[in-house]
Design a protein around this ligand. Structure first.
Ligand code: FES
Length: 116
């Protein structure tokens, strides 16, 4: 489990980045928490720096939108989903359980270009 911080550390509508096997973005949206891989599946952009609208985040680089619940993109230029992760809240503290079901997409320069 990856420690994120206190729920109160993430204002509603914002995100923080934590480090798993790859960077993971944790979003706080209307009282709910979502965790997805931080790196866009199109190119190398941080989704934590994107814009949140409803249950979606818009990539700051080319505006692909990803559903925070499923990781699926709603349209181009991104074609692949980002991984989603389980979020656990205990005593006001947030933890993320990184998914191992799907290979993560490593950020550029992370030494795993075969996953790009
Ligand atoms: S890098 Fe995210 S849409 Fe291009």
């Amino acid at each position: 489990m990856i420690y994120v911080g206190a729920v109160s550390d993430i204002p509603d509508g914002e995100a923080v980045k934590v480090q798993g096997s790859v960077p993971i973005a944790v979003f706080h949206v209307e009282g709910r928490l979502y965790a997805i891989d931080d790196t866009c599946t199109h190119q190398d952009a941080s989704l934590a720096d994107g814009w949140v609208e409803g249950c979606a985040v818009e990539c700051p680089l080319h505006a692909a939108c990803f559903d925070l619940r499923t990781g699926l993109p709603s349209g181009p230029p991104a074609k692949k989903a980002v991984r989603t992760h389980a979020v656990v809240v205990s005593d006001g503290e947030i933890w993320v359980e990184e998914s191992v079901a799907v290979e993560p997409r490593f950020p550029v320069g992370a030494g795993a270009s075969e996953h790009a």
